[in-house]
Write a protein that binds this ligand. Structure first.
Ligand code: PHE
Length: 332
């Protein structure tokens, strides 16, 4: 059987090398190398061989098959390079003709803004982290001081999953994930951009899926002054000018005190623009994250990206953002 294998292999190899066309090569593949071809029936004959010879024979068949397949591929290459060189030598072929431009994708306006914000924060020693969009009730609510019966839960129109998980309603659960990962070590400086979800009627300024960046800085002695200073600097860089910010008291269960931050160009008497929610991380939240509120303190903020992108690019309807409409996307 081994002798038959060798002679068969040599015979087919010769035929492959001599194949005059792609079509002839395909014929050889469909007969000699096919399941019903002699080579594979030899393989089936392995059962009749004495036990001791089977392995060696099996390997020989595989080697033969591989050699034949390589020969086919090599022969096919000679045909395709012949085709290419024929095309190149065709008088109508002009290699100096510029190629058709490749269609290029576009970055989403949210991606532009997100990357800018990440770069600014990274320059201040923050790292970029993320967390799951499908969140547990514990991380989205309980650990953020929003217990089951707390009216604050009504502030957020939540999309609940049958599993009892939620589509995260904000990026704040990442605060807890980052704190727990730090295992009590400070300084901790992170930003966490991502998608968030609310069960809302959509209109030009409301969308069920939108984007936030969460920020968290924890260390010994972090104060409201740090919060205000960092955000003043970041927003100034983002808007490319000198700005002033003001804090207005606002209630969020996971910070104390909590604020809304407004900004306007420095020295202007113009209207204040509401930018984000922020505050000093509540001691209960710190404890839930494994931090000791007697020793460390921190600030947190959550900023919406969609409205920023809308302001930056003059977009009038937030629903464009998730529309996936190329006529929209191609503009950025
Ligand atoms: N998570 C809040 C929201 O979605 C924003 C926020 C984050 C407020 C951090 C304070 C601190 O509205």
């Amino acid at each position: 059987m081994k002798a038959r294998l060798d002679s068969l292999t040599a015979e087919v190899l010769d035929r492959i090398r001599a194949a005059p066309s792609l079509e002839a090569l395909r014929q050889i593949e469909q007969t000699d190398l096919a399941r019903k071809g002699e080579l594979l029936s030899l393989m089936r004959g392995i059962r009749d061989l004495p036990e001791a010879e089977r392995a060696a024979f099996g390997q020989a068949v595989n080697r033969a098959r591989q050699a034949l397949e390589e020969a086919v591929a090599a022969r096919r290459d000679t045909f395709s390079s012949a085709l290419v060189s024929a095309a190149v030598h065709d008088a109508r072929f002009d290699p100096t003709e510029p190629a058709e431009p490749l269609p290029r994708g576009h970055l989403h306006p949210i991606t532009h803004i997100r990357r800018e914000i990440e770069a600014i924060f990274m320059g201040l020693g923050f790292s970029v982290v993320d967390g799951p969009e499908v969140e547990s009730e514990e991380y989205n609510f309980d650990l953020l001081n929003i217990p089951a019966n707390h009216p604050a839960r009504d502030l957020q129109d939540t999309m609940w999953l049958e599993s009892g998980h939620v589509m995260r309603t904000h990026t704040s659960p990442v605060q807890l994930r980052a704190m727990r990962r730090a295992e009590g070590k400070v300084p901790l400086r992170v930003v966490a951009p991502g998608r968030v979800f609310r069960n809302e009627q959509t209109d030009a300024t409301h969308e069920h899926t939108f984007h936030q960046v969460e920020g968290l800085m924890i260390d010994e002695g972090v104060s409201v002054a740090d919060l205000k200073g960092v955000l003043n600097l970041v927003l100034g860089r983002l808007f490319g000018g000198s700005i002033e910010v003001r804090l207005r008291p606002h209630y969020f269960p996971f910070v104390e005190p909590g604020f809304e931050l407004d900004m306007r160009p420095a020295g202007s008497a113009g209207k204040w623009l509401e930018m984000l929610g922020c505050g000093m991380v509540h001691p209960d939240v710190l404890r839930g994250g494994g931090m000791d509120p007697e020793r460390v303190s921190g600030f947190a903020f959550g900023m919406g990206l969609d409205r920023l992108a809308m302001m930056r690019y003059g977009i009038d309807d937030v629903r464009w953002m998730m529309s996936g409409d190329p006529r929209f996307l191609q503009q950025f």
